[in-house]
Design a protein around this ligand. Structure first.
Ligand code: ZN
Length: 186
């Protein structure tokens, strides 16, 4: 799994595709994209409460089934706010799935390796043959879980995430600016 920084940059890149897509307030909109891109890692929370953060991590909340459920719930939420259901649900599905994609392309040295990507349609774990993101070293206990994230290995992981996902973000912003310029020239 990449760190929240890698997922946040993925969320920011998605937010730059259509700024103001969910909320008129720019910061609220960006925050929602970043929240969605990190949401699957909320599966740490029940484990943290029970004293073992990794207990439910990389379970079914890291799957296309969870992405569909969250997309349906989110689409319904925006529909109640007088916004179109399908476009909002599809966008939520895509941003949530960006998390699954990044986790799929990460090293994982703890069984079961990878994520149950296609649950409930296929009941097995998937991981890329050539992962590009470094694994995150963390404690299996709640009391030192957060402090354990601050180490040299994870700093290198964060550096790689910033390089790759920062590059994606810059590319999205550049393309958007070029398209805007092209449209204003017409
Ligand atoms: Zn994750």
């Amino acid at each position: 799994m990449p760190l929240p920084i890698g997922h946040a940059l993925a969320g920011l890149a998605c937010a730059q595709v259509r700024p103001g897509f969910f909320f008129r307030n720019r910061w609220q909109d960006v925050f929602f994209f970043v929240f969605l891109a990190n949401l699957p890692d909320a599966d740490f929370l029940p484990g943290i409460i029970l004293g073992h953060p990794n207990l439910y991590h990389h379970g079914i909340f890291h799957s296309v089934g969870a992405a569909l459920a969250i997309a349906a719930a989110g689409g319904w939420f925006f529909y109640l706010k007088k916004q179109p259901f399908w476009s909002r649900a599809v966008a939520i599905f895509m941003v949530f799935s960006s998390h699954l994609l990044l986790d799929f392309f990460s090293w994982d040295f703890g069984a079961p390796f990878g994520i149950p990507l296609l649950w409930p349609f296929v009941n097995r774990y998937f991981i890329a043959a050539r992962p590009i993101f470094i694994n995150v070293i963390r404690s299996g206990r709640s009391d030192d879980f957060f402090i354990s994230l601050f180490n040299r290995h994870n700093l290198a992981a964060a550096g790689r995430e910033i390089m790759i996902m920062g590059g994606v973000l810059v590319a999205v912003v550049t393309v958007r600016c070029l398209l805007k310029k092209k449209r204003s020239l017409k």
